[in-house]
Design a protein around this ligand. Sequence first.
Ligand code: NAD
Length: 250
Amino acid sequence: MGSQIADLAEMLMTANYVIAFTGAGISTESGIPDFRSRNGGLWTRISPELLSAATLRADPELFYRHFRVMEQYLEDKEPNQGHRALADLSRLGILRGIVTQNIDGLHQKSGSRRVLEVHGNRRLCRCLACKAEYPYQLLGEQLAKGAAVPVSPCCTAVLRPNIVLFGDRMADDFTLARQEAFRSDLAVAVGTSLTVFPAAEIPLSAGRLVIINSEKTEFDHQAAMVVQGPAGPVLVRLVEKIRAKRQAKA
Ligand code: NAD
C-alpha cells in the first residue's frame, strides 16, 4: 500500500481542483454504523422503507420508533482521524471542499469549512404543516423526554428532521455539489458504497475518480485508483506523505 499512497499523494498534488466525497464509512471509526457493510450495517437493524417521507406522513409514530434507533447511534459522537486528515488536506490547499452524504456533522466538528451536505443535516427541523424551521434540539429534546412524535410549537403538527429521507427531493447543497464536481479534475470518494443515487453522481462526474473504501464498489473499474483499506489510517498516511513530499521539494 506504501507505493499506492505515494502515487495518490502525487495525483493530489498535481491535480488542479480536488474534492472529497464522503459516505457513512468515514464515520464508522467514530462508532456510527454505516448502512450496508457486511459486518453490522444499520440496514440489518432498521428497514429503509420505514425511514421514508411516506412513512413519516402515513404513520409518524412508526417512523419515529425507527428514527430513534438511528438517532442513538449519531448522538454524542466525535470526529475521528479520517475527518481530521480531510480537514488537514483542506488546510494544505489540496482539497477545495468536501461533499458529504452524512448527516452527522463530523466534518465541520473536525474543522472542515467548505462542506456541502447533500442529504441535509441535524442542525434544523421543520413543521410538517407550515414548514417553519427550528433548531434540531427541539426535536431531540421531545424525543429524549419520551414523546412518541415531536410536534411543532406553531401548528402542533409533526416536526420533521431536516435530513433527506427516502422519497424526498435532494437538499439545496446538491446543486452546488454538482457544480463543484463539474469543476473538479479529481474526486476522492471515501467510505461510500456509491450505491445511493443521485448523490453518487457527484464523484462520477468529476474528471477522475479515486476510491478509498474497505470493500469493493461497483465503480472500482471506473476509478483511476482504488485504495482498499480503512479510511482513517489511509488518510493519515496520505497527509504525512504529502507533507514529506513538500518538505523534500522545499
Ligand atoms: P454505505 O453504508 O452504503 O457504504 C459505506 C461504505 O463504507 C461500505 O462500502 C463500507 O465497506 C465502507 N466502510 C465502512 N467503514 C469503513 C472504513 N472505516 N473505511 C473505509 N471504508 C469503510 O453508505 P453510503 O455510501 O454513505 O450511503 C448510505 C447513506 O447512508 C448515505 O446517504 C448517508 O446519508 C447515510 N448514512 C449516514 C450516516 C452518517 O451520517 N454517519 C450513517 C449511516 C448512513
